[in-house]
Write a protein that binds this ligand. Structure first.
Ligand code: GTP
Ligand code: MG
Ligand code: ZN
Length: 340
């Protein structure tokens, strides 16, 4: 059994508690063959487990337990499957080519997730990645990064109990790197790990941080996420090129999430760049907690329902005035809480 098969079968226990996909589980008359009708066949016979390694809108690529990669669809209208999901799939019969190259599957069930990274606004929710254990927020010396987006990623990471690593990329550009480094000081000061590197020169310093994790690279477009992946995994480059040819995007920019295998127990997910990271699904308290350095002041304000805006006796504002918390971080908190 290959390491990959091991990785899939390690989730076999999870697969026994999988939940059906909305709209799935009930086989329409059209898809039931004569032989199956009324036979009460157990689904265990026909379902295979696998992991979603690419998500293109409502189409997915699933790596099944035998190591092959199968294009799959969901039954429901809404896309509720994410890259990284452990799923149970049913092969559809129309492998028309005979050699199996036209094989397809339907995702019937999704296993309970260890984590789900997603963003949301009042109108919709966007799944980013499932079952990750670590978020690697990629910022770059150039173009200048948004510290609000960084703060939002960190709040989402706290909510999902993920390890965090901030990577400052493009450090081969010394002047721009110096400016970016300065903007990251508040983050190192509160305990976040910041790794400086240049994806174009040497990524070896990143490897130890990825070991044993399923990590997701998140950041604005152009920060160098895919360049990092390509430097870490020479095979990935081919896969990226292949898919952009298929989709005829003609651009380098990543259009869908993709999971890569680093070694037997480490995975890395590349994601499209994000411009906005809505946290509509989090409560005010969830956002407060995501600003980890605020913890010791929470509950210390004069008013128990203090929003840390203009209320008198606000412990957070007092702490900021005394330089105990970074004033920019408090400002970011207020912005994010006001426009989740
Ligand atoms: N100078 C320099 N340029 C880099 C480095 N890493 C990436 N770049 C360049 O930055 C640009 C964007 O890199 P990508 O890897 O496509 O960025 P991305 O974060 O994947 O972008 P999206 O897929 O749009 O989210 C490319 O032109 C890269 O060549 C680096 O370490 N140094
Ligand atoms: Mg990319
Ligand atoms: Zn307050």
């Amino acid at each position: 059994m290959s390491a990959d098969e091991n990785a899939v079968s390690a989730h076999a226990n999870l697969a026994s508690e999988v939940k059906p996909v909305k709209g799935g589980g009930s086989y329409s008359a059209g898809s039931t063959t004569q032989g199956e009708q009324g036979s009460q066949r157990s689904t265990a016979e026909v379902l295979e487990s696998g992991q979603v390694i690419a998500a293109f809108g409502r189409q997915y690529l699933v790596r099944v337990s035998d190591g092959s990669e199968l294009p799959c669809l969901t039954r429901g209208k809404k896309s509720e499957v994410a890259c990284g999901d452990i799923v149970q799939i049913k092969r559809t019969a129309d492998a028309s080519t005979g050699d199996g190259s036209g094989a397809q599957g339907v995702i019937e069930r999704i296993a309970p997730r260890r984590s789900l990274l997603h963003r949301s606004d009042p109108f919709r929710e966007k799944l980013i990645a499932a079952n990750v254990t670590q978020i690697v927020v990629v910022v770059a010396a150039e173009p200048s990064f948004s510290d609000e987006l960084l703060a939002r990623c960190l709040v989402a990471a706290f909510d999902q109990k993920l390890e965090v690593l901030i990577v400052l990329n493009k450090c081969d550009l010394p002047d721009a790197a110096a400016a970016a480094r300065k903007r990251l000081i508040p983050y190192t000061a509160i305990g976040y790990r910041v790794l400086e590197l240049s994806a174009k020169q040497d990524v070896s310093a990143l490897r130890p941080y990825l070991a044993g994790h399923t990590s997701v690279l998140v950041g604005q477009s152009g920060m160098g996420k895919s360049t990092l992946i390509n430097a870490l995994l020479p095979d990935a480059q081919a896969a990226t090129r292949e898919i952009s040819t298929v989709l005829d995007s003609g651009k380098h920019t990543t259009t869908h999430a993709r999971l890569y295998r680093i070694d037997a127990d480490s995975r890395l997910i590349d994601c499209p760049g994000v411009q906005a990271f809505g946290l509509h699904h989090l409560s005010f308290g969830g956002i407060e907690q995501g600003f980890v350095e605020f913890a010791r002041y929470l509950g210390q304000c004069r008013f128990h329902d203090c929003r840390h805006g203009h209320e008198p006796g606000c412990a957070l504002r007092n702490a900021a005035a005394e330089g105990k918390i970074n004033a920019r971080r408090l400002e970011l908190f207020q912005q994010i809480a006001a426009h989740k």
